[in-house]
Design a protein around this ligand. Structure first.
Ligand code: NAD
Length: 271
């Protein structure tokens, strides 16, 4: 029987970090072998499992990322952009695969990831959910198959606390639809409509944003033509799906050559 993959969680006290600790405990083929938090965090010295609400895991949360990463086969990182870039370098030095879900990375951070990916397999995705990855691949295929007389509209709904619109995932779905049509999203996107908008131009990709309650994230891509309509929808009801996707990505990356991969690669799409 193959040995379990030893996984480390950086930022183990975060919302996603705690979710990841729970997910690793439940998943087959991996075991939690390390956990970190930023220097000064109240969680330091505590047990990662206890903090995640699943009882002692025998893994103490430390602030020395180099030490933790040197003892694992893979690292999962949902922290902050600068921290993720540092962790990627440490993972490359330690020959550990690296899965990064942190969003808002700047160009300089992206370059660090690219360099680190020459040494180890890295999976990066702004949305690690298996369902959203599949939706985006489907949207690209459907957009490529339908002629441009089909109008494309994207509707998303999130909880009342969300501060940006449209969501990063809605934009990624728009990019996938545009890629299917071999156009750039920037050239065809209509982010909102109000007042005397005039008739809808052909080829436009429209966005509509709804906000309210505690909705984790709903996305629908509508393809509308004369006489018929196709709607592809994904509804997230728990942030757990991002943790599940990340653990799946780590297990997959364990068997890959060095390189920078996406969730589409993890699911077996060519990209
Ligand atoms: P959070 O603030 O709850 O957690 C982040 C944790 O990282 C905190 O506990 C913080 O102390 C810790 N941290 C920061 N710097 C660190 C360092 N140098 N070393 C160790 N720990 C450090 O945030 P969250 O909601 O868990 O989200 C984290 C990131 O993941 C955000 O960028 C968010 O957008 C992203 N996210 C991505 C996906 C996805 O599917 N890709 C899904 C959800 C969230």
């Amino acid at each position: 029987m193959a040995k379990d993959m030893k996984l480390g969680v950086v930022g183990a006290a975060g919302r996603m970090g705690r979710m990841l600790v729970r997910q690793i405990a439940e998943a087959q083929g991996c075991v939690l072998a390390g956990a970190t938090e930023r220097a000064g965090s109240e969680a330091l010295g505590g047990d990662a499992g206890a903090l995640a609400g699943i009882g002692d895991a025998g893994v103490t949360i430390i602030d020395n990322a180099a030490e933790m990463i040197a003892g694992v086969d893979g690292v999962i990182d949902f922290t902050a952009p600068a921290a993720s870039a540092e962790h990627a370098e440490l993972a490359a030095q330690a020959d550990a695969v690296f899965v990064v879900g942190t969003t808002g990375l700047e160009e300089s951070h992206a370059q660090v990831l690219e360099r680190a990916a020459r040494h180890v397999a890295i999976v990066q995705a702004p949305n690690m959910s298996v369902g959203v990855t599949l939706l985006s691949a489907l949207v690209e295929q459907v957009a490529a198959l339908l002629d441009p007389a089909w109008d494309i509209e994207i509707v998303e709904m999130h909880h009342r606390h969300k501060v940006d619109a449209p969501s990063g995932t809605a934009l990624a779905l728009g990019k996938a639809a545009a890629a299917g049509r071999a156009v750039g999203l920037g050239d065809v996107a209509r982010m909102a409509r109000e007042g005397q908008t005039g008739a809808r131009p052909a080829g436009e990709i429209g966005f509509a944003t709804l906000r309210g309650g505690d909705v984790v994230g709903d996305h629908t891509v509508i393809f509308a033509a004369e006489g018929e309509r196709i709607e592809l929808t994904h509804k997230a009801s728990s942030r757990r799906i991002f943790a599940a996707g990340a653990v799946r990505a780590a297990l997959w990356a364990g068997g890959q050559r060095p390189g920078l991969y996406t969730m589409r690669n993890v699911l077996g799409f060519d990209d």
